[in-house]
Structures are given as C-alpha cells and as structure tokens.
Design a binder for this molecule. Structure first.
Ligand code: HEC
Ligand code: HEC
Length: 453
C-alpha cells in the first residue's frame, strides 16, 4: 500500500465529467450537511422527493386505511428510516443512563457455524452470510405490532477504562457488554453471540457505488507484500461455487454490494417491510404470534409492502445527496492533515477515490477489510470478513457527526474520534502508536483536521 499526498486544500475545480464541485459537494460546516439534494433535473428531483417520503414518513401496521404506508412489522425496530438516520446522518445511540436507544442494533450470530450458511437454507439467507440464532434470527426486534411481543429488551453494561498518554494526559474509554432481558421466546442458544451495530451516516454513497472495482482492488494487499503492516482485502459476497464475483462496499463489514440491496435489507430487518429481496415476513418458526399476525393487504402494486419502484426511489434519494467537504483548511488543520498522512492513517483511510466518470472525491476510506485487533473483535464474521475485520470507516462528514453528538466505531463505544483512534489495533497498531507518541498539541491538530471533514 502506498500513501497519496493530496493537495493541502481539496481542489474546487471542475472535474473530467464536467460537474462543478458545488453541484455535488456542500460546505462540511453547513447545517444538515448530509441531507441536501445535489443539483438535479426536475424528473430526478421528483424521484428524490418520492424516495424521501418513503424514507421519512412513518409506516403503520397492517391492515390500515392506507395501503401505501402499511406493512410495518410484525417485528420491527423503528417505524421510519430517519429514526436511525436523522437528516440522513446517523443517530444518538445511548440514553442518558447509558442504555441503548433503538438505533443501536443487536445482531445475533453463531460464529462457530460460520461458512455453513450456504447449506442451511435459512429463511433469512441473503443477510450477511452469518448463521443466525435459531429462535430470534439475525437481529433482535425491540418492537412488535398489536399482540406480537417485542423479541427482547436491549441492555448494556458499560465498563470504564482509563487510558494515559506518555505525556500524562488521561482519558476514559468505554467498553460495551451487551445483553438482553424480557426475552419473549426463551433464552438465546448457548453459542449465540450478540454484536452491536450503530447506523453510519449516509454520506456520498452514490459516489462510493460508482468507484470501479479495479480501483478498489488496486489497493488490496492481502499478504502485505510491501511489508508496511497493512494488508486490506476485499469482501466477496457470492457463494464459493459462483463464478461471477460480487464486491461488498457498504456497512461496517462491507456486507452489501449496492445501496438498493442495503435499503432492502434495512426495510426487512429494521422496519419489517417485505420487498423484492425479502418477500417473506422475517418471523422465525418458533414465533407463533408473529406468524399469525395480519399481513399487508393487496395494493394496486401487488402484495409487497415495499414494491420495486418504492425501493428504487429510496435508493435514488440516498444517491441524490450532496457530500460534505471542507471549503478551506486553516493552518492548524493543515498541520493536522500532514500528521494524519505521516502517522500512516491514510494507509487505510485513503483520501482520494475516482468514479468511472472521472469524478474525484475524498472519502478517507479504501473500502477494504482490515484486521483491527483483539479489542475490536465482535463475534460476527460476515462473508469473508472475520470477527476482527472491518471495512475502513470513511471519515468524510465526521465533523457534522461530532456536532450532532453521534458516537463512533461499529458498536458506538467511542464518544469522540480520539477515543475511536485509541481503540485501533491489529494492522492499525503502528499508526495508533505514532498518534499516541505525538505531543498533545500535535494530537489536537490532527483531531482538529478530522473535524473539518
Ligand atoms: C433501527 C435502526 C435503523 C433503521 C430503522 C434503518 N437503519 Fe440503515 N443502518 C442501520 C445500521 C445499524 C447500519 C449498519 C449495518 C451493518 O453494518 O451491518 C445501517 C446501514 C445502512 C446503510 C449503509 C451505510 C454505509 O455507509 O455503508 C444504508 C444505505 C442504510 N442503512 C439505509 C437505510 C434505509 C433505506 C432504511 C429504511 C428502509 C434504514 N437504513 C433504516 C440502522 C438502521
Ligand atoms: C489498518 C487500517 C487503519 C488505519 C491504519 C487507521 N484506521 Fe481508522 N479505522 C479503520 C477501521 C477498519 C475503522 C472501523 C473500525 C470499527 O468500527 O470497529 C476505523 C475507524 C476510525 C474512526 C471512527 C470512524 C467512525 O465512523 O466511527 C476514526 C475517527 C479513525 N478511524 C481515525 C483514524 C486515524 C486518525 C488514524 C491514524 C492515526 C487511523 N484511523 C488509522 C482502519 C484504519
């Protein structure tokens, strides 16, 4: 892997496709930096508005007076996408007393059986290629419709771990230990592990979708041939016997290939909406109340709660957002940017990618998987991603997320970007050590740089 030194201030020029930056990018310090529509034609804007309505207007349980909006549940976590993606960002994850809010999703996995899923023919087969709990499925639903019981209440024990820099500065890190109570259908299986996932901000996903596979693979170095301690490998999502390869790009472990696939996954698992990828309600065989619950009624568009055209509108809405980008970096941020590269952060947080059409942009991710060490191990392999591997989290929009009070890392354990860095290990151990050894003023400059993104 090699380092790219971008110009110190991101270029505001017109790119090869002729799109002026201001049509695609917005000042990262603007209010609501994640939900502004990019410049588009009237027809595109109509589609954007349609998608926004399905993304943000609450769904209700079936049957109701409106077949356009019913179908929520029988089990679900929230009744809109915006509940977990506020203004298309992420969302608060913890209550004041340190308990999980609905946006902190509890995933269930039997890691010892990983790799067997292709033979299991589970009703939830398309999701994540991990083996779910036999009674509760892939994800814990904290709500149920009508007489259907919520599957469980999600809970956390939080352990505080003090960390001291060589220069004496101390900060408190938090480690999360998730558990469930009020389980509706008996205990979890003995070998089921709970893994936490918080919602990422939906930043620039339309651009990430358009990066040619070859550009992403050019950075992969699975056996670390250049000896820099950083490997990086693609997550392939298709069954081994299939010839055509499908590259994962989205979610914390790159477990989905496209925006429309992840939107279908979210509709099914987070809201309980049937759709072309998940035509059945996700009731498990032991959940008799769920199986007996009323279904959405036949509408002019068929039986699915979210037919194809609505799903596509949601995906177009997500693709249609402007991307936050710093307008100019002050002197402190320029110092921080230099330190970011010198410490080796950009070995994974790759500053620049280019779309097929030649649009240059700055996501600070290589979209590859990296081993992040034992402390971030989560018991949940997804396709080729092991329990310790995650996709490099893109850092664009991180300033807006800090201002919105969001937390960081896949399980939201980090209250600040600084805490997130201190949890890095594995392939990122050397970069973290360099960060720790920097003086206090230099660390502050690096963190100040991150907050401009
Ligand atoms: C209950 C909370 C919740 C709701 C509701 C929710 N999401 Fe998400 N969303 C998440 C979580 C958690 C993830 C990360 C999942 C993972 O890594 O496996 C995510 C990830 C995503 C991603 C991928 C982002 C990225 O950067 O890779 C997209 C796209 C997305 N959600 C779209 C939607 C849409 C569309 C809806 C409504 C149909 C929705 N979400 C509803 C919690 C939620
Ligand atoms: C070996 C690859 C690698 C290196 C090197 C690396 N990171 Fe990361 N970074 C990741 C991955 C992977 C994640 C997501 C981990 C998770 O969620 O558990 C991440 C997450 C983060 C986050 C949290 C983002 C979020 O959305 O929650 C921040 C902030 C961050 N890194 C900053 C840095 C800085 C600063 C450096 C240099 C000191 C650095 N990283 C070096 C791979 C790397």
């Amino acid at each position: 892997m090699f380092l790219i030194w971008p110009s110190l201030v991101h270029s505001a020029a017109i790119d090869a496709s002729g799109i002026a930056d201001s049509e695609l990018f917005t000042n990262s310090k603007s209010s609501k930096p994640f939900s502004q529509p990019r410049n588009m034609t009237d027809a595109e804007y109509d589609q954007f508005i349609l998608g926004r309505s399905f993304f943000s207007i609450p769904w209700v349980e079936a049957p109701s007076a409106t077949t356009a909006r019913d179908g929520l549940g029988p089990h679900f976590n929230a009744n809109t996408c915006t509940s977990c993606h506020v203004d298309s960002g992420g969302a608060p994850t913890l209550s004041k007393d340190g308990q999980p809010l609905r946006s902190l999703v509890f995933k269930l996995t039997q890691p010892s059986k990983h790799g067997l899923r292709w033979q299991l023919n589970n009703i939830d087969a398309p999701a994540h290629d991990s083996v779910p709990d036999p009674v509760y499925g892939v994800q814990v639903a904290i709500n149920g419709n009508g007489k259907v019981l919520p599957e469980a209440r999600t809970r956390l024990r939080i352990e505080s771990l003090p960390f001291t820099y060589p220069d004496g500065q101390t900060i408190l890190l938090s480690k999360f230990d998730p558990y469930l109570d009020q389980l509706a259908y008996g205990p979890l299986a003995d070998d089921t592990v709970i893994s936490l996932r918080q919602p990422p901000a939906l930043v620039g996903l339309g651009l990430l979708e358009q990066v040619p596979e070859s550009e992403i693979l050019a950075w992969a170095d699975p056996s670390d041939r250049n000896g820099d301690g950083i490997s990086g490998r693609p997550n392939w999502l298709n069954p081994p016997e299939q010839q055509e390869k499908v590259l994962g790009r989205f979610n914390w472990k790159a477990s989905e290939a496209s925006i429309v696939n992840q939107s279908a996954n979210a509709a099914a698992h987070d809201l309980g909406l049937t759709n072309p990828a998940y035509p059945e309600e996700l009731c498990q065989p032991a959940q008799l109340d769920c199986l007996a619950a009323p279904r959405g009624r036949q509408s002019p568009h068929g039986l699915l709660d979210l037919p194809e055209f609505r799903l596509q509108a949601i995906a177009d809405y997500i693709r249609g957002h402007k991307v936050p980008q710093p307008v100019a970096l002050d002197e402190e941020a320029q110092k921080g940017q230099k330190l970011f590269h010198e410490a080796g952060c950009s070995g994974c947080h790759r500053s620049t990618l280019t779309t097929e059409k030649g649009q240059v942009f700055h996501p600070y991710s290589d979209l590859l998987l990296h081993d992040m060490g034992a402390s971030l191990k989560d018991g949940r392999p997804e396709f080729l991603a092991s329990e310790r591997e995650y996709r490099t989290a893109p850092l664009w929009g991180i300033g807006g997320r800090v201002r919105a009070g969001e937390r960081f890392l896949h399980d939201a354990r980090a209250a600040t970007p600084e805490e997130a860095i201190l949890w890095h290990g594995g392939e990122a151990q050397a970069a973290k050590s360099t960060f720790i050894e920097l003086g206090r003023a230099q660390r502050a400059a690096l963190l100040h740089f991150l907050e401009q993104l």
